[in-house]
Design a protein around this ligand. Structure first.
Ligand code: ATP
Length: 297
């Protein structure tokens, strides 16, 4: 018997970053939106913990105990006093180190898969608590949809979404390290008064109404300047997508994936084709949002 769980990527439609705290983390107001690019994690009985991975970026995924899927299995097993003997196979379609929370997604998916495989019967609250221990973005991968995250981004309040949004994601060559991007944010904001991070009411209203034009006006990412500083060529990708008709363009999370909001499915296809032809990115993917969280198939 095995259990397969499908889990979505995310885009941050508003990532407001506060000043660095004494512990080095930043307070965030982080509006997550799950998008329909998916990884699948399959958990199967095994003699020992083992991780395998397939997909275009598989070579960049660590298969040892640092893999977030493996860490999730160990965390659940420890809490229930069992041995984490499981084969976790990740069918990876979410870009790696792309600012789309692919590793976090696999952590949430592995947790749900192992809970079902081992019949540990963890409540949603227990699963969310384990997710928060694994990383700031992991709880959102569990619940999907849309949510406002405060604290380090892990304290979530779900947001209702009243329609479908059409996106294009330009996948860049190579990744960007999230800590390096925060380090650059600290460097760029040193000595400046960094405002308290908040989520604009207009953005939350746009999500609730399913209003694409209003969402385009309210998108924002405080890490964008830092990502562009580390990878100046991303400006060319943003320009190419905007020239092809995107209503708005932004760096996704810590990058280097860039996200483009399109008026409808046809516009998304046109923007993706133009980006792919522009030579400013490795590939361009269309996806719709919102998408459901980690779900057993
Ligand atoms: P975020 O958006 O949460 O900042 P990201 O999408 O930029 O994350 P990930 O794809 O999660 O980045 O990968 C970041 C790093 O995490 C990788 O370079 C890899 O070393 C490590 N990692 C651990 N587990 C996984 C996993 N299951 N899949 C991908 N990367 C993983």
């Amino acid at each position: 018997m095995s259990v397969t769980v499908r889990v979505p990527a995310k885009v941050n439609v508003r990532l407001a970053v506060g000043a660095a705290r004494p512990d080095g983390f930043h307070d965030l107001a982080n509006v997550f939106l799950a998008v329909g690019l998916y990884d699948e994690v399959t958990a199967a009985p095994a003699d020992t913990l083992r991780v395998t991975c397939t997909g275009p970026d598989a070579a960049q995924v660590p298969l040892d105990a640092t893999n977030l899927a493996a860490r999730a299995a160990v965390a659940l097993a420890e809490r229930h006093g069992i041995s984490p003997d499981v084969h976790l196979h990740i069918a990876k379609d979410i870009p790696v180190a792309g600012g789309m929370a692919g590793g976090s997604a696999d952590g949430a998916a592995a947790l749900v898969a192992c809970d079902a495989l081992w019949s540990t019967g963890a409540s949603q609250d227990e699963l969310l608590a384990i997710c928060a221990e694994l990383g700031s973005d992991v709880p959102f991968s569990l619940i999907g949809g849309a949510a406002l995250g405060v604290g380090r981004g892990e304290q979530l309040t779900p947001i209702e979404v009243g329609g479908t949004f059409h996106w294009v994601f330009a996948v860049a060559e190579g990744g960007l390290s999230t800590p390096a991007v925060y380090g650059e944010f600290d460097r760029l904001t040193a000595g400046a008064q960094v405002p308290e991070p908040t989520a604009p009411p207009a953005l939350l209203a746009a999500l609730r109404k399913g209003d694409t034009t209003a969402l385009a006006d309210a998108l924002g990412n405080d890490l964008q300047a830092a990502a562009l500083s580390l990878r100046p060529s991303l400006a060319d990708t943003l320009t190419a997508g905007t020239a092809a008709g995107a209503l708005a363009a932004l760096v996704s999370g810590s990058g280097p994936t860039t996200a483009f909001l399109a008026a409808d499915a046809d516009a998304a296809r046109t923007i993706a084709d133009a980006l792919a032809a522009s030579g400013t990115c490795r590939s361009a993917r269309v996806a719709v949002s919102p998408a459901p969280g980690a779900t057993v198939r």
